[in-house]
Design a protein around this ligand. Sequence first.
Ligand SMILES: Cc1cc2nc3c(=O)[nH]c(=O)nc-3n(C[C@H](O)[C@H](O)[C@H](O)COP(=O)(O)O)c2cc1C
Length: 659
Amino acid sequence: MGLHHVFRPLTLRHKTLRNRIVFGAHTTNMAEGGLPGDRHLGYYLERARGGAAMITVEPMPVHPAAVLTRGNFRPGCDSVIAPFRRLTSACKAEGAVMIQQLYHVGAHGDWDNSWHAHWSPSGGPSYHDHVGSHAMTETEIEETIDGFVQAALRCQKAGFDGVEVWAAYHSLLDQFWTPFSNHRTDQWGGSLENRTRLSREILRRIRAACGEDFIIGLSVSEDLESKVLPDRDEILRIIALHDAEGLMDYVTVGVGSYIAFQKIIPSFQFAENLGVDLAAALKASGLKARVIAEAGIRTPENANTVLGAGQADLVAIVRGQIADPHLVAKAQDGRLADIRGCLSCNQQCWGRRGRDYYISCLINPSVGHEHEWGEGRFAPTETPQRVLVVGGGPAGLEAARVAAERSHAVILAEAAPHLGGAFRLAGLQPRRDQILDLIDWYERQLRQLGVDIRLNTYLEAEEIAAMDAARVVLATGAQPDPSGFQKALPHVAHLPGADHSNVATVEDIMSRAVRPGRNVVLLDEGGHWRGIGTAWHLAAAGHAVSIVTPDAMVGQALARMASDGTARAELARLGVRFVTEHAIIEWTGQTAGCRSLLTGAEQEIAADTLLLATGRKADDMLADALRALGCAPLVIGDALAPRQAAAAIREGLGVMGEI
Ligand SMILES: Cc1cc2nc3c(=O)[nH]c(=O)nc-3n(C[C@H](O)[C@H](O)[C@H](O)COP(=O)(O)O)c2cc1C
């Protein structure tokens, strides 16, 4: 596929972008002591080397009231200039244009991080932590404008080519734009002219302070399902007002808002290219400023389609370049099949940011470790060895890949007829086929690297020992526990009735080893995709599903990926029944006896099949047998301790340090 729309340069003010792909703004939470350090530098430098035309470095809070995360940079402080200069110099030397986002989240702050009251136009509620905010005085508005301008000047001193002013997702500036959050009767409220005065004044004063050779962007968003945020016409009018004065060089268009957070970082539950509609409308409106479409664009092919259709001048690919920092360079070299495609899973990017850790990536655990695990550790070894990897799930696939990259002679033995292990079953759940793409990617990489892949190969300990490998890596995964043990009932080792023939695990369902009856009770202790995705799969196929969970809500573990609400809505639409804060005390073969964990009250749910999404046990029998033969294997992934795929891939990568 020719990607010529992607690889056309574009001029923004004094800078020419080498292609049309931007690494859009996102909080990596990598600051140390409020300053960008080695981790931060390594992260962005890798994406600059990987070909991103423009990098919008994560937001700088413009005022103490704007601080949102532990990993935010110090606001209002010149000590950030020198370390940022190190970052901009290094990335610019690799050909990237460097921008910094400037932000103020207004009412939706995080007061016990900032230790500051949230500031907003009219004291509206926070949709972040459900507290109230302070209605800004005229003096505080002036202080905030100055905060933006001083931050922009600091960026300029730090070598940034420009700034992106954040008026997206219902942050401070678009809180001023919308009558829902702006009830002011002074010059900052009322008419559209007044409500946009603050953002226009900020852009105007940044231009006056920073001069003509400085790029100014405006970040906006759209949340059409909200009944209180600007609709399409209003948002077009607002942007046109700014454009008429030539206040910004580009507009970045995202999706969602603090009111509908799950759309901001759309998981695989949403269609791709989500942010393109408003971008296309802006282009059609004849905007003078350049338009950047963002959200769910994910791949260079999508980017090329959007650009080719004239729906945007540039596209931002955020998670796609978190997952594969060399996405652009690979596309340019015609190596599209080598791009490790983002799963849109949010598990280690937003999932970690939401817990205030620095971000990483499920499929690329090097994210956040580029400074430590740079090119050297992948370099070919001078002492190649024979390495046997047993198990072709995510841990084994990654271990085989990195060992082969280091020039070891690698055999990968997998008992099943195909690669992927339990992760393949996850890829068979609704909308999760990006996981199957990833498994295909691994297979292609392993074949290119000359790994000897042996499918349908179940190895006994004696056979492994006889293979005489210098290193044996065991990645044999975990097996579901059929006992029905529940953490909520620790004194009950076996669920009474768990040995009935109509009890199965969610793995039995996804592998099609078991065909359930029409009415299914699914006992879900994890609240993760393992149970939820299986319930979705069955409900979509017409089964009547009841989920019983000890958690206060179905899909509790998905909350950290901003995916739970969408998942529950889909299950509810499909008629799935939610029985929360309950355990199952008995399965009769026809009914599940359920007990409330709150009141002890009991109820029965009739069903044809009981499905277990309860614990799993490490499949480590081979490890013990090998140790008995004097061969010490390296045990990784679920075989070490059952967890999620992110842990498996990270430990697979970790074998680099061992071999
Ligand atoms: C971990 C993470 C943090 C983010 N933080 C910000 C932010 O601080 N400011 C912002 O404008 N967008 C932020 N975003 C949203 C992204 O800019 C982008 O709109 C979103 O990831 C969708 O684009 P994608 O599908 O290419 O990832 C963040 C995204 C992620 C994954």
